[in-house]
Design a protein around this ligand. Structure first.
Ligand SMILES: [Zn+2]
Length: 350
């Protein structure tokens, strides 16, 4: 027998030994609280991304392009795969999971822009994505490189699948409908494997999402939806790279060249350029010394990274000294002023 399958059987034996008694409560029925709709891509770990090891927790739908629609004789409707748990098992949360670098989105993009031919089955799948993605392709800003364009469309696609669920009369109004992007390519800030919430019940504005759902705020900065604040919190955990908000990149120059100052001295070996996606590699020495999270301080002619600890507010308060009762805005202003004063002194020493 095929060695690949033999190995699968061995792993299944281990699985059965571990899970044997986990089916007791769900042996004859299920009422999963959540249904997920993921791309079938082998890198998208549908259960494991949410740490699921419990039978009966997650109703899993998978197809290329994380589509929620199917075509029937009565028209294009929300797929029975997705509706089944909503209609029959009391499931009241739907999560559509797109992912960075999606092949189905890429193929749809290629089909819309230059036309491709594929097997009838695959063309059928793409034909379900194309009507939704076409306006997104037309709206892509010029100058995006291909991976960035695809990743914008990945979000666009998730948003359109959410729209379809919200428009469906068979999905009860009280159903929680969430769209996320699973990032295993280090496109977003954060660790590979994190999901980034981009849509909750049709709300796509990141500031509004942060305000309404504090628990999803950390690290959830959708690509292409940048924070216009001049002082932005950078998160460079895990993969140690980060994105500069477009607002900052375009304020200064298309490509940022960043020099790292340590105690006011320019370290010539520590210059770095942002890549095509605006990401910057921060040298290991700097990360080891200052940690992995920084504020960006924006000046007329340059920016600075101010290290912050894991708890930003605590770090800001510590840095602000005795301003314990000041508002966050007041503290930020104070830090910014202090940083600029320090930089001016350091500059006059050079
Ligand atoms: Zn995919």
């Amino acid at each position: 027998m095929d060695q690949t399958f033999v190995e699968l059987l061995e792993r299944n034996a281990a699985h059965a030994a571990e899970f044997d008694d986990r089916f007791d409560s769900v042996q004859d029925s299920q009422s999963p609280p959540v249904v997920t709709v993921c791309c079938s891509d082998s890198r998208v770990l549908q259960d494991r991304m949410f740490g699921n090891e419990t039978p009966g927790e997650i109703f899993t739908c998978g197809n290329i392009g994380n589509r929620v629609l199917q075509r029937t004789e009565s028209g294009t409707v929300v797929s029975g795969d997705v509706l089944y748990p909503i209609v029959h098992t009391g499931t009241d949360t739907v999560v559509v999971v797109g992912h960075t670098g999606c092949g189905a989105v890429t193929a749809t993009y290629d089909d819309l822009t230059e036309g491709i031919s594929d097997t009838p089955g695959i063309e059928h799948c793409l034909s379900l994505l194309k009507p939704a993605l076409e306006p997104g392709v037309e709206a892509l800003p010029s100058g995006l490189d291909r991976p960035a364009a695809i990743n914008r469309l990945v979000e666009y696609n998730v948003d359109r699948q959410i729209d379809a669920l919200l428009d469906c009369p068979d999905v009860p109004a009280e159903t929680t409908v969430v769209g996320v992007v699973y990032d295993f390519q280090d496109v977003y800030e954060g660790r590979r494997g994190e999901v980034h919430v981009i849509n909750v019940g049709g709300e796509r504005d990141m500031a509004a999402l942060r305000d309404a759902h504090s628990e999803i705020a950390t690290g959830s900065t959708a690509c292409g939806r940048t924070d216009s604040a001049a002082l932005a919190l950078l998160t460079v955990r895990g993969i140690y790279r980060t994105s500069f908000p477009n607002a900052i990149a375009s304020t200064i120059t298309e490509t940022l060249v960043v020099r790292f100052f340590v105690c006011g001295t320019v370290l010539p070996s520590m210059s770095a350029e942002t890549d095509a996606q605006g990401r910057l590699y921060i040298p290991k020495e700097v990360r080891e010394k200052y940690g992995q999270r920084y504020h960006i301080v924006l000046y007329e002619d340059r920016i600075e990274l101010i290290p912050v600890a894991d708890d930003p507010l605590t770090a800001v308060r510590e840095a602000a000294g005795d301003l314990h009762d000041a508002s966050v805005e007041e503290i930020r202003e104070d830090i910014e002023t202090a940083a600029k004063d320090d930089a001016a002194e350091a500059g006059s020493d050079r």
